[in-house]
Design a protein around this ligand. Structure first.
Ligand code: 5GP
Length: 125
């Protein structure tokens, strides 16, 4: 069920619980700014989610409120994970869904990293 990305942050969302270690994840990377883990329902041979450690509902919220340090740390973490997963040479897709039209389902900012095969058209027809 897509969420309204303009709502206040819900500290009980599933990714907040993963960040607090209350729910397990298959972690691929963690640093001061970000946590990366495998998507529970992968849509490509490689499907990793990268989330910021801070409480941000969406890309919109993050880009408006996060500090320059948080933004730099998060973006660097995403690049690091893509390199670590061997995605750069063959190429990959980076995606952030925002709100109902984007189909965002979890109200904590996450970017999807997809790779491992040619990914086809950018938008499903
Ligand atoms: P969205 O549609 O919000 O951009 O993507 C949410 C993603 O989170 C989906 O791809 C979904 O499979 C994934 N997801 C939802 N719940 C969990 C969970 O508990 N653990 C993990 N690893 N992924 C989840």
């Amino acid at each position: 069920m897509p969420i309204d990305a303009t709502q206040p942050y819900d500290p009980d969302n599933i990714f907040a619980k993963i960040l607090r270690g209350e729910i397990p994840c298959k972690k691929v990377h963690e640093d001061e700014w970000a946590l990366a883990f495998h998507d529970i329902a992968p849509q490509a041979p490689v499907h990793v989610l990268v989330i910021p450690k801070g409480a941000y509902v969406s890309w919109d919220d993050f880009s408006a409120r996060a500090s320059a340090e948080e933004i730099a740390g998060f973006i660097r973490a995403v690049g690091h994970v893509a390199r670590e997963q061997g995605l750069v040479d063959p190429g990959y897709r980076l995606l952030a869904n925002v709100g109902p039209n984007g189909g965002q389902e979890v109200p904590h900012l996450h970017v999807h990293l997809f790779g491992g095969k040619p990914l086809g058209p950018m938008i499903a027809r």
